[in-house]
Design a binder for this molecule. Structure first.
Ligand code: CAO
Length: 560
């Protein structure tokens, strides 16, 4: 074990940026590229990743500190060789803060007095090739100033505002929410007066390192305000002011459908922090406040009463004096239960779920699994092969055959898109003393049954010990929830948004199956596939189940 210094990597020309969030604490186990802190300059915020895996022993920065490339962030106790070889620490994608000139091309020749149209482009934003437009601040007809922010773009790790190179009136706006832009993308045609039409230099932007995602995407995310018949916040509504928040907070707000511009920030300069998001969501859930979208839908709804009344016209939650009926005890919900409960609630209410039930004949597969484990019994280093590992491989094969199951919905209304994933990260629900969590086996398509079994064992242990990091619970494409070790026949698993399907599995049992001549005892595994009817049709779901079951019935099919 050795202590290793983790420093701020090359963050481009950005100098003296303030630390606005500490994402880890002493004692945490961090992995390479895990985000440690968020820093923020005038125009961009970025997450600083770790160069080493290990246990955080000392944090050398505090909120509000100013840091630069090379500033010591923390000391990590790295195990063995990890301490020696410093991995290429999350390479920064630097972009000059004050150097990148904004390209601006007059469309018509400028004269001293006449107005003319100029094109406003995305300036040099560093190494980013294609970043998504997540906010649009202006619209056709707006008068804008030089350096006024036009849009916000966001990558995995950084969000940045793109300023205008010209003052004038917007005549055409060429991008919309969700579009991907890069250096040189045309943003707007601006009518400028006289000399103002000449190309203007140096409207700076800042960019940031792009590495692994930071926020826990699934059950570790905070509560959502999910209310029947209330549409999610409409981000296409143009807003005048950019809410002050870091990329992870913005991402979290987007995932939860929280209108960030309605959240009051309590951080320095009104910055929105995680607790502000949570407080907002709690207030909405309790009926204490309504989002603008809710007000628009139900202006006549009765004002909220204490105890959660008034949400979209639902009856108030029953208030019962339980003591009247007998002895009781009140217990706090665990943090995980509060968080996952709110997520499950949102997913259940927002996603039109349908569940198909089927059975897989796993007689031969179970015999093979038992035989494999028996053969390895004497090898202390051998990993116990689990049925769930086979199911994870079968899920990968089924996702490959039915790509719309490996997808997520993005955006809203006409701008809504289906994001089809080319990677295969499979989550599995793990029951822990504190509640349900969903660790994710990354790139399950590239791993064998032994490797998956071993990784599942490690992740399940970490889950039970409360040591799972956010990165280990994010990025999932599809989830398997297995109650097979416990019992039951079928159930209705709730989809783990933004995924679009989840496979629930119960306890296998020997059942009599007719083979055409006689009943044979077969080991049957009950399957319950819940799917998002906005994305998947019943026929596709039935086919998915049939194919999934056929793979478990004869695992050789997986290599066909
Ligand atoms: N049918 C019959 N037996 C099964 C089975 C199935 N479908 N799945 C597992 N088993 C058996 C295992 O073979 C094991 O038996 P042996 O010890 O004799 O080999 C035993 O049940 C215990 O298995 P397990 O549950 O410890 O291991 P697993 O790999 O099946 O699952 C994990 C691991 C982490 C998924 C599990 O421990 C867990 O937490 N399950 C609960 C998930 C949950 O709460 N889901 C509901 C979420 S609500 O949507």
């Amino acid at each position: 074990m050795a202590l290793v210094e983790v420093k701020v990597p090359d963050i481009g020309d950005v100098k003296d940026v303030a630390v606005i969030e500490l994402l880890v604490k002493v004692g945490d186990t961090v992995s390479v590229e895990q985000s440690l802190i968020t820093v923020e300059s005038d125009k961009a915020s970025m997450e600083i990743p770790s160069s080493h895996a290990g246990v955080v022993r000392e944090i050398k920065v505090a909120l509000g500190d100013k840091v630069n490339e090379g500033s010591l962030v923390l000391l990590v106790e790295a195990a063995g060789s990890a301490a020696v070889a410093v991995p290429a620490a999350a390479p920064a994608a630097p972009a000059p803060v004050a150097a990148a000139p904004v390209a601006a091309v007059p469309v018509a020749a400028a004269s001293a007095a006449a107005s003319s149209l100029v094109e406003v482009f995305v300036p040099d934003i560093g190494d980013f090739e294609s970043v998504a437009v997540i906010e649009v601040f202006v619209k056709v007809g707006d008068s804008i100033k030089v350096e006024q922010s036009l849009i916000t773009v966001e990558s995995d790790k950084a969000s940045m505002e793109i300023p205008s190179s010209h003052a004038g009136v917007i005549k055409e706006f060429k991008v919309k929410l969700g579009d991907k832009v890069a250096k040189g993308s045309l943003l707007a045609l601006v009518e400028v007066q006289g000399a103002a039409a000449a190309p203007v230099a140096a409207a700076p932007v800042a960019a940031a390192p792009v590495t692994a995602p930071a926020a826990a995407a699934v059950v570790a995310a905070p509560a959502a305000a999910a209310v029947v018949a209330v549409p999610a916040h409409d981000p296409s509504v143009l807003k005048g002011k950019l809410p002050h928040a870091s990329p992870s907070i913005r991402r979290m707000a987007r995932e939860l459908g929280v209108p960030l511009d309605e959240v009051k920030g309590t951080g320095p300069n009104g910055r929105i922090q995680e607790q502000d998001l949570q407080a907002f969501v709690k207030a909405v859930m309790a009926g204490a406040v309504q989002t603008a979208a809710q007000k628009a839908v139900a202006p006549a709804a009765a004002p909220a009463a204490a105890g959660g009344a008034g949400l979209a016209g639902l009856l108030p939650w029953p208030k019962v004096d339980f003591e009247k009926f007998g002895a009781i005890e009140r217990k706090d919900l665990s943090r995980i239960k509060k968080i996952s409960g709110a997520n499950l609630h949102r997913n259940w209410v927002v996603i039109p779920h349908v569940t198909n039930h089927d059975d897989a004949d796993i007689t031969e597969l179970e015999a093979f699994r038992v035989q494999t484990n028996k053969e390895n019994e004497k090898n202390p280093a051998a990993v116990k092969v689990t049925m769930l590992a086979f199911m994870i491989k079968a899920a990968v094969a089924a996702l490959k055959k039915f790509p719309e199951f490996n997808a997520s919905l993005e955006g809203e209304g006409d701008a809504q898109k289906l994001v089809l994933k080319k990677y295969f990260h499979i989550g599995f629900a793990a029951d822990t003393p504190n509640g349900l969590v969903v660790p994710v086996i990354k790139d399950a398509d590239k791993k064998g049954i032994f490797e998956i079994s071993a990784e599942m064992g490690e992740l399940a242990k970490k889950a039970r010990d409360g040591k799972l990091g956010p990165a280990e619970m994010s990025g999932g494409c599809f989830t398997i929830s297995s109650l097979g070790g416990i019992g039951g026949r079928y159930f209705t698993p709730i989809i783990n948004a933004p995924e679009v399907a989840i496979m629930g599995v119960c306890k296998s049992q020997i059942e009599p199956k007719w083979d055409g001549k006689a009943f044979q005892p077969r080991l049957m595994l009950p399957l319950s596939l819940s799917w998002d009817h906005r994305v998947i049709d019943g026929a596709a779901a039935a086919r998915f189940n049939v194919y999934f079951a056929s793979l478990l019935a004869d695992f050789r099919r997986i290599v066909l």
